[in-house]
Design a protein around this ligand. Structure first.
Ligand SMILES: [Fe+2]
Length: 233
């Protein structure tokens, strides 16, 4: 069964969903979060973090780990405290749009179907929408929206490439991918990789998925040049 629903994205995208119950689910979730966002506009960032933590604890804990890696990378770039704080918020909230993706789709014991993948790929746009509802700073909304773009311009949702992708989003991408490879329990069908395997995979994607400068800084941030050692093998 097919259903079309208008979502309030850019400014009125129509999303074709393959399952009517998902349409109903999303419509209810949007209404609920929009009303919550209206109540929380004064301190929207902290309120949204709390909602995310309650609604999707496993995605939230992954995001906290991503924030730790991202901050270390930011330090390697010489970020001051104010920029490190912004980077932390960017990392903690990068996947906040997963609040609109049903839990059962987030924790599938197998690879997602095409329809499930379609829904998963909407999460950066959902995140941007939530950032608007909760009155977050515009730059935070933009970084959330673009954290799945690729350096080579083949990512989503807008196929931005190179330096058109916000810098902090590029840092979060690398930290996010590394943590997803070594410790993200939301993909039980995939064996976790060792640190060395994950670093090799990051190098393979250097200049394709990732900004090479960010990979360099990310690896520099590990103690005792752990990342460098893998590269030299
Ligand atoms: Fe994401």
């Amino acid at each position: 069964m097919h259903d079309e629903m208008a979502l309030e994205i850019f400014p009125a995208a129509t999303v074709r969903l393959v399952n009517l119950s998902w349409g109903n689910y999303l419509q209810k979730a949007f209404q609920h979060l929009k009303s919550l966002g209206k109540l929380q506009r004064k301190n929207g960032t902290e309120a949204l973090i709390q909602k995310f933590k309650d609604a999707r604890p496993s995605s939230f804990h992954h995001s906290v780990r991503v924030a730790r890696f991202a901050r270390s990378t930011g330090r390697a770039f010489g970020f001051d405290d104010a920029r490190l704080k912004q980077l932390s918020y960017t990392a903690v909230l990068h996947d906040v749009g997963k609040m609109f993706v049903p839990e059962r789709v987030l924790s599938l014991p197998r690879k997602p179907t095409r329809a499930e993948l379609f829904l998963l790929h909407l999460h950066p746009s959902f995140g941007a929408l939530l950032a608007s509802y909760f009155n977050l700073p515009p730059e935070l909304r933009v970084r959330t929206e673009h954290h799945h773009e690729r350096w080579d311009g083949r990512g989503y949702p807008h196929k931005l490439g190179g330096e058109d992708i916000p810098f902090m989003a590029r840092i979060v991408q690398v930290a996010d991918t590394y943590d997803a490879m070594v410790s993200d329990p939301s993909r039980p069908y995939r064996e976790p990789r060792t640190h060395d395997e994950a670093v090799r995979e990051l190098h393979r994607e250097e200049g394709k998925q990732f900004d090479p400068r960010v990979i360099e800084a990310f690896l520099d941030s590990f103690p005792s040049g752990l990342g460098k050692k893998v590269r030299e093998q």
